[in-house]
Design a protein around this ligand. Structure first.
Ligand code: SF4
Length: 263
């Protein structure tokens, strides 16, 4: 993901490298468990990057699966693989689906009695999501390097992300479920919470300097139930366990600059 050999798709999705990686792991599993070949549900032309006639051999080659990688849905449009050559599967019974339409697969699933399947259209992977990719690009830019931890990846999925200063970002829970999720990260991050009113838990990714605590508190108050109040009491707890409480005037909507929203 950091430096994909084959580049990115429309967003930060390194699909070709990712597929190569997945098939590499599948091949390892195949060998360790005594199986003979791998099937994947790819269809030529279904996706602009990883599912093209010219990229399919790349995945087979780079994963090491080679002729042991069979794509039953479009096999008739590709050279025969080992399972077909050896007669382990009947090539005549395989398919020649191609293009972006998913109708043929859905009809086939229906014929086999499948009534439910994962929703297609990129919903399976956050990296195809423009908002998520923007947040990841922002994280990398703020850190000055393409580095991330698993927790970063999780946190990019949660909350409203605002970057009012280059050196810190606020992650603001949008509802109770997100609030509970962010609670699990409280000890790792400086965090803010409204005391006088109900409101979200807000994590600070970065460091608060000078009057940043005030600014972060005004934003926290803005997204709390005290947003219309004259004054809201907010607590700031730092990672060393020290904390302070103070009153702030919540930001008015017009004071929350559009460019602060990361995505
Ligand atoms: S959509 Fe995501 S999971 Fe799927 S191949 Fe692309 S990068 Fe990998």
């Amino acid at each position: 993901m950091i430096n994909p050999k084959h580049g990115y798709g429309a967003n930060l999705n390194p699909c070709l490298d990712c597929k190569g990686f997945m098939v590499t792991r599948a091949k390892q599993w195949m060998e360790e468990n005594g199986f003979d070949f791998i099937i994947t549900g790819e269809v030529i032309g279904q996706r602009p990057m990883s599912q093209r006639k010219d990229t399919m051999p790349v995945i087979a080659k780079e994963s090491g699966a080679g002729e042991r990688l069979l794509r039953p849905l479009c096999a008739q449009l590709l050279p025969p693989t080992l399972p077909e050559q050896e007669g382990w599967v009947d090539r005549e019974k395989l398919f020649d689906f191609n293009g972006r339409s998913r109708k043929p697969q859905i009809e086939l699933a229906g014929r086999w009695g499948f009534e439910e399947w994962s929703q297609p259209a990129g919903g399976c992977c956050f990296l195809t999501n423009p908002q998520y990719s923007k947040k990841l690009a922002d994280l990398w830019e703020a850190r000055g390097e393409r580095r991330y931890e698993l927790d970063d990846i999780m946190l990019l999925k949660i909350g409203r992300h605002l970057r009012p200063r280059p050196h810190f970002k606020l992650i603001i829970a949008r509802e109770e479920g997100e609030n509970r999720f962010l609670q699990g990260y409280r000890k790792q991050f400086t965090h803010l919470q409204t005391v006088s009113h109900g409101g979200p838990l807000v994590l600070v990714d970065g460091s608060l300097e000078g009057d940043d605590e005030e600014l972060a508190a005004q934003l926290t108050a803005r997204f709390s139930q005290g947003r219309e109040a004259e004054s809201v009491r907010v607590s700031v707890t730092r990672t060393d366990g020290t904390s302070r409480e103070f009153d702030v005037k919540p930001f008015a909507p017009s004071e929350v600059r559009q460019e602060w929203y990361v995505a």
